[in-house]
Design a binder for this molecule. Structure first.
Ligand SMILES: Cc1cc2nc3c(=O)[nH]c(=O)nc-3n(C[C@H](O)[C@H](O)[C@H](O)COP(=O)(O)OP(=O)(O)OC[C@H]3O[C@@H](n4cnc5c(N)ncnc54)[C@H](O)[C@@H]3O)c2cc1C
Length: 400
């Protein structure tokens, strides 16, 4: 039976993370929002403390679980940690070593050798290209096997932490004419000849993280750096199968990204109540709806939306911990949490008016930072499309 109760161990972790967030992240929020692209060196200490906590916390399920198991394990722990870190500052979190989405990809589909070698690295994810975003089946970067090396050619854009990371997970096609089935992902170590950061983007939010364009020009990487099999899978009738391995990654990365939205939305709700209190408006939720003011009524509604997003994130993580397929739930939680995250942060700015809009406080930054969460790792519209396909049992060619 499903169990979304937070275990005592995870409660303790959350309390510790919130302390780090408050005392070791928030003091630097504005500094790195202003100093765009500057590496937030202070976050290395936060990362060390988090890694130490992760090592000491056990409980991630290993191997197959007994029937009927109910586990609040590693995935649950990681989204709960992210609620706290992104309450602290989602931009600083994204700019912190070890936060790269490439790390999740390596953990999800890497071999034990790849996980051992690259699991602890700082890995960014390179999918988007100048002519390919949501339509990720359309990518043009190529990978050709030449002797013991893969040779990569192409251009990737909007790579979060693409400059400061030390490893890249790159999506490339083995043969564009074969469509999705030929798309594979590859581990590329930064500094490999032929791999070059060509540009950094100036952005609206998450300015503490860098966002890079990266070119691959006859970039040779070892044959064993492919993630998953090099075979182009076919079904019983010999038709090429869709995506498979690379898409699995999203089931692992979407709940954590949704958790970022939950964290930053919580930050906005808490700050809005503090600012309103300073202005003499005490928000009280235990009045009857007929007796509450407009601000209280709206904040109560925002709290309910926030809770709905949070619960969907916990459910997707719980399913992953219990080794249940969670593609639909991963997209559901990303769609809901990111959408309400955008709405909550902007409404909190509006409810606090000039205080919300002023740089004197971080509310306006939370609103800017939250926007990207509804875009990367699949936009709102793409998540809804995936959920619809799953509910209606339609393939991607039947429902575009
Ligand atoms: C700050 C930032 C960081 C990023 N980090 C990364 C990263 O680390 N790695 C990476 O690979 N990419 C990254 N991206 C890229 C991001 O994933 C893409 O921007 C996103 O997937 C959308 O692609 P696009 O911008 O090409 O928009 P498009 O795909 O062109 O979409 C434009 C609009 O059309 C809608 N749309 C598209 N197709 C459909 C459809 N079938 N049905 C309904 N609506 C549709 C979209 O929802 C969107 O509203 C980042 C982007 C930004 C801005």
């Amino acid at each position: 039976m499903i169990n979304l109760e937070i275990s005592q161990r995870h409660e303790e972790t959350f309390t510790q993370v919130m302390m780090l967030a408050e005392h070791m992240m928030r003091p630097y929020s504005r500094k790195y929002d202003k100093a765009e692209h500057t590496y937030p060196a202070e976050m290395e200490e936060v990362n060390k403390l988090i890694s130490a906590g992760r090592t000491s916390a056990t409980g991630k399920p290993k191997g197959s679980l007994p029937e009927g198991s109910v586990v609040n394990g590693g995935n649950m722990g990681s989204v709960i940690g992210l609620f706290g870190l992104c309450w602290g500052d989602v931009g600083l979190f994204l700019g912190m070593p070890g936060s790269g989405l490439g790390n999740a990809a390596i953990t999800a589909v890497g071999t034990p050798e790849q996980i051992k070698k690259y699991g602890g690295r700082y890995a960014a994810m390179c999918i988007t290209e100048p002519s390919t975003g949501s339509d990720s089946a359309n990518i043009s970067t190529t990978a050709v096997l030449d002797g013991d090396d893969w040779v990569l050619n192409g251009e990737k854009i909007y790579v979060t932490d693409g400059d400061r990371c030390d490893t890249l997970v790159v999506w490339a096609t083995l043969d564009k004419s074969l469509g999705k089935a030929a798309i594979k992902s590859f581990i590329v170590e930064k500094g490999t000849p032929g791999c070059e950061v060509t540009r950094l983007e100036h952005k609206m939010g998450i300015r503490a993280s860098d966002t890079a364009a990266i070119s691959f020009s006859d970039c040779r990487i070892p044959k064993e750096n492919i993630l998953g099999s090099a075979d182009i899978a076919t079904d019983a009738e010999g038709r090429k199968k869709a995506f498979g391995g690379v898409m699995q990654t999203f089931d692992n990365t979407r709940p954590p990204v949704a958790a970022m939205a939950v964290g930053v939305a919580r930050a906005a709700l808490d700050m809005a109540r503090d600012l309103l209190r300073e202005e003499g408006i005490e928000v009280c939720f235990d009045k009857k709806p007929t007796n509450s003011g407009a601000i209280e009524a709206e904040l109560a509604q925002l709290e309910a939306e926030w809770q709905a997003g949070r619960l969907l994130v916990l459910k997707a993580a719980w399913m992953a911990d219990n080794k249940m397929p969670n593609s639909k739930e991963a997209s559901m939680c990303k769609a809901k949490a990111a959408r309400v995250g955008n709405h909550i942060t902007l409404r909190c700015v509006a409810l606090c008016q000039s205080l919300g809009y002023s740089e004197q406080h971080l509310l306006e930054k939370f609103a800017r930072d939250s926007k990207i969460i509804d875009i990367f790792e699949g936009t709102q519209q793409i998540q809804q499309l995936i959920v619809a396909r799953r509910l209606l049992e339609k393939s991607s060619s039947e429902l575009k």
